[in-house]
Structure formats: structure tokens, C-alpha cells
Design a protein around this ligand. Structure first.
Ligand SMILES: *Cc1c(COP(=O)(O)O)cnc(C)c1O
Length: 391
């Protein structure tokens, strides 16, 4: 019995339960098609909503950025200074999101870890949607505030909890904008009204809303017309924007405070030069034209309609994220393997990412797909669905 034997046992248990993550190795750019183990497959796994991850304009911008500024940022920005490039990206993102100001982080995950503990502490309370993203949950825990989980998207329950928890210094409501496993949207207009009635801070994580919702992909705050009424929008540059990085947009004073007290800003180095240069180009592409966002929605509407028509249970998504509900994790894994054999890369998702018994194939639509790609994928879904007696 060695001191690490428990890890072997835990891993064996994960494999037995069909919950062990098998990571595919990709040997091509991230696009509508990817090469995995020498096989060209259609890709429905990436959050690359607009196909920007391998866009020629981003590649060129990253190269030009490196020619001018090199690669690395040197240290954290408060110590080594900050490139004009980072400031430009923050200014352009604020303008795009129609927010007062913006600050960038290394990732969406660290943006949440920075923001929540900077806003609330142990004398405070956070109201958090039960299905919020792991990085929100971890940010809440780091803050040491009391955490009250309200039922998923349930405004009546949130109102009840707000009435029951009043004796705190500060109160913060935090929600995902789009929930990443079901593709449903938070009722942000109603949540915003409650936040105003109860004088609470309001924060939304728009990771899956940017590039998808609102005018030209400006996100959930734009979709609901809530500019100036949501205190903080957290976002990521790794999904629709196609690169890597996190952002927080919102009131000037909050952004200024995060530059002073956001721990991942103070103690972890900034995004690299090619990342920032490529992100600047993404924002430019989005600001120039709504074409990619429109194509994303055309693809999404078509694919959902056809999947439902084939008899699949596709949940209640309101976005390009489509859960194909299968139930038990081993069935979802088997479905994913067979899809792969038929040339379609679509991931099985199981516990703990989704509840037990709610395993699924998670389909991510993208503007990168052509109609022909979608038709090919539907043939594969139908054939695997029939073989496994799901439809
Ligand atoms: C993906 C995601 C994140 C993490 O973003 P990264 O930039 O990949 O770290 C944070 N919050 C939500 C809601 C997400 O979906």
C-alpha cells in the first residue's frame, strides 16, 4: 500500500463509471474539420463559435504584433509596465461591449477568481445560480463570503433568498449569462430588476454570450438592453473571440479597483503579445460586420430543427449549444465513439460536469460549418442513433 495508491483506485473507478476523460490529440488548426489520429473529422466540440480560432486575419495580426513587441509580457503589469497593445484591447473591448471600461486577464477562469473576491468578503453574501460555472463557484469560495445557491434561473427563489439574507455588509448576485451545458439563458432582465430593488451588486459571466447574443455578438447585456444597469460583465477571449484570455467590463470604478485588488492581475503575468494582437483583430472583425454571427445562427437553427426532427431529445437550449440528451454516461461515451468512427467529433459529457443520469453529447455549432458539413453530421447522428436505439 503506497501513499498514492488511492489515486490509482479513484482513476480505476472513473474508468469503470464511464467518467474518465479521454483527451483527443489534434494535429491541424482548430476549424470546422480537424485531424485526429490521421483522420479528418467534423468538429462539433470547440467553442469556436465564429471560426476565428484559425482565421487568417488573426494569424497575420499575431505575427505583426510579435514583430513589433516580441512574445512575452515580462512580468505582471503592475511591475513590468503594460504594452500599448493591452490598453488598446481593453479600450476596444469596452467600446464593443458598450461598457464604461474593461480590464483583461489571462483567462475567463482567472477573471472570475479576480473579480468576486475583490467585490465581496467574509462580511458579505453572494447569491449564485445553482448551475453556475466552476470558475464562478471557485471565485465565490475564495471570497469567503456566505454563498446562497438559488435554484437554476428561478427568479422567485432568488427573490425569496434576497428577502431572507439582508444582514450583510454587501450583497452580490452572480449568474452565468448562457449556461454552458444546456445552452439556456439567464433571465437577466428580471434578475437585474431584483438587484435594483434590493440594492445588490449584479455580475454576469457572458463567456458563451459574447459573439453569439446581442447586436453583432455584443453579448447578453446588449441582448436585454441592460447597458449601465449590470455592474460587472465577465467574459472570455477563448470562445467566440477565438484566442485566449479573460475580460471584465463594467463601471469605471470597478475596473479601476480590479487593477488594484484583482489578485490574478497583481500576481500573474498578462496575456502574451500574439494573444492580444489576435484578440484585437477579432474585436475588429466583430465590430465591422454581423455576418459571422448571422451565419452562426442560421447554422444553429437548421441543425437544431433537423436533430429534433430525427427524434433526438435536444433539451431546451436557446443558443448554439445543443445537448443531445442520452441519460447514462456509458451510453453517451459509446455514442461519441461511434460518431467519431462515422467522422464526427462530438464530446460526451457526464458527471460531475452535468448531474448523474443526464449524460449527453454536447454539440457546439459554429459559423465555420458549411451546410454540407451539417448535412453530413446529421447522417452520422441518425445512423448512430438508430444503431444504439436512441431514436
Ligand atoms: C468557458 C467559461 C469560463 C472559462 O473561460 P476560459 O477563458 O476558458 O478560462 C468561465 N466562465 C464560463 C461561464 C465559461 O463558460
Amino acid at each position: 500500500m503506497t501513499k498514492l495508491q488511492w489515486i490509482d483506485e479513484e482513476i480505476a473507478a472513473l474508468k469503470a463509471a464511464g467518467l474518465y476523460n479521454q483527451i483527443r490529440t489534434i494535429d491541424s488548426p482548430m476549424g470546422a474539420w480537424v485531424t485526429i489520429e490521421g483522420q479528418r473529422v467534423l468538429n462539433f466540440c470547440a467553442n469556436n463559435y465564429l471560426g476565428l480560432a484559425s482565421h487568417p486575419r488573426l494569424i497575420r495580426a499575431a505575427t505583426e504584433g510579435m514583430d513589433r513587441y516580441g512574445v512575452g509580457p515580462g512580468a505582471v503589469r503592475t511591475i513590468a509596465g503594460t504594452f500599448t497593445l493591452h490598453q488598446q484591447l481593453e479600450a476596444n473591448l469596452a467600446e464593443f461591449k458598450r461598457a464604461e471600461a474593461c480590464i483583461t486577464f489571462q483567462s475567463g477562469f482567472t477573471a472570475n477568481l479576480a473579480t468576486i473576491p475583490a467585490l465581496v468578503g467574509h462580511e458579505d453574501v453572494i447569491f449564485s445560480d445553482r448551475l453556475n460555472h466552476a470558475s464562478i463557484i471557485d471565485g465565490c469560495r475564495l471570497s469567503r463570503a456566505k454563498i446562497v445557491a438559488y435554484e437554476h434561473t428561478d427568479v422567485a427563489d432568488l427573490a425569496r433568498q434576497l428577502h431572507e439574507h439582508t444582514a450583510y455588509r454587501r450583497r452580490l448576485i452572480v449568474t452565468d449569462g448562457v449556461f454552458s451545458m444546456d445552452g439556456d439563458i439567464a433571465p437577466l432582465d428580471q434578475i437585474c430588476e431584483l438587484a435594483e430593488q434590493h440594492d445588490c451588486l449584479l455580475m454576469v459571466d457572458d463567456a458563451h454570450g459574447e459573439g453569439v447574443l446581442g447586436e453583432g455578438g455584443r453579448g447578453i447585456v446588449d441582448q436585454f438592453g441592460l447597458h449601465g444597469r449590470v455592474d460587472v460583465e465577465v467574459g472570455t477571449l477563448s470562445k467566440a473571440f477565438g484566442v485566449i484570455g479573460g475580460l471584465v467590463a463594467g463601471k469605471q470604478s470597478i475596473i479601476e479597483w480590479l487593477r488594484q485588488r484583482g489578485r490574478p492581475f497583481l500576481f500573474s503575468s498578462a496575456m502574451t503579445v500574439p494573444d492580444v494582437a489576435a484578440c484585437l483583430e477579432s474585436v475588429k472583425i466583430l465590430a465591422e460586420s454581423t455576418e459571422l454571427v448571422e451565419k452562426l445562427w442560421r447554422n444553429t437553427d437548421f441543425f437544431k430543427r433537423e436533430l429534433a426532427g430525427l427524434g433526438f431529445d435536444i433539451g431546451h437550449s436557446a443558443t448554439p449549444i445543443v445537448p443531445v440528451m442520452l441519460g447514462e454516461a456509458p451510453l453517451a461515451q459509446q455514442f461519441s465513439r461511434r460518431l467519431f468512427d462515422a467522422g464526427v467529433f462530438a464530446m460526451a459529457i457526464g458527471f460531475p460536469t452535468v448531474p448523474q443520469g443526464k449524460a449527453r453529447i454536447r454539440v457546439l455549432n459554429s459559423a465555420a460549418h458549411s451546410l454540407d458539413d451539417l448535412e453530413k453530421a446529421l447522417v452520422a447522428f441518425q445512423s448512430v442513433g438508430k444503431t444504439l436505439k436512441v431514436i
